[in-house]
Design a protein around this ligand. Sequence first.
Ligand SMILES: C[S@@+](CC[C@H](N)C(=O)[O-])C[C@H]1O[C@@H](n2cnc3c(N)ncnc32)[C@H](O)[C@@H]1O
Length: 239
Amino acid sequence: MDPKSKEQFVHSVFESIAPKYDMMNDLISFRRHKAWRKFTMQKMEMPQGATAIDICCGTCDWTISMAEASGSGEIVGLDFSANMLDIGQHKVDNRSMNQQIKLVQGNAMALPFEDNCFDYATIGFALRNVPDLVQVLKEMERVVKPGGQVVCLELSKPSWQPFKSIYYFYFQKVMPLIGKVIAKRYDQYKWLPESLVNFPDINRLAQIYREIGLRHVQAYPFMGGIAALHIGTKGSDRP
Ligand SMILES: C[S@@+](CC[C@H](N)C(=O)[O-])C[C@H]1O[C@@H](n2cnc3c(N)ncnc32)[C@H](O)[C@@H]1O
């Protein structure tokens, strides 16, 4: 699929599955994504007042966690799906966090922000979905301040057998069927395993972090490598 078609297809997927997104996430990951998100927040060690942009924020769970951790810092959530953002906005409204969290409809490939303006740039379960992951990581690096962090939580590729075969059977065969039966969306959930095929494994993604100039790169595998957290710091000797 060429980059433009991929972007349009991904947009249509999330517009379509938005109402069931949170429920399906819990179901297909056996709620493990919540533990991975909690671990990620611990590793980020977000200080009071820190600012952040949550790219591809979707229904805003990570955006809200960062606002809670930061206390008073402004947190921006950016996504190109209006339907995902609508659900996120309801959560923000219900928590009376409108002063602290601003949601923006935009494209991760070209962030509508100046250089060096956030302490953190995060992307959760979305780097697989963008047309050019290096471009998105460069954009994240651009908008964080020197000393700020670029944080990616994403599905990854388990390498040890027999777990790998069992997992891929579940991921490629069973999970799209769960999507078909519960969310009534087969093609959209078949896309999930397809989106991982060309995605870099944990070591290669860490290398890409270094290649774009991020430092102190940390990579943590989750549950036998089915997901991974990457954190890199922007150097402070840049203009
Ligand atoms: C799997 S969801 C992840 C949502 C959220 N980050 C989370 O952790 O649950 C992927 C999100 O990325 C968004 N997305 C994908 N490609 C995008 C792009 N190029 N620009 C902006 N948003 C994009 C989708 O609309 C969707 O909301």
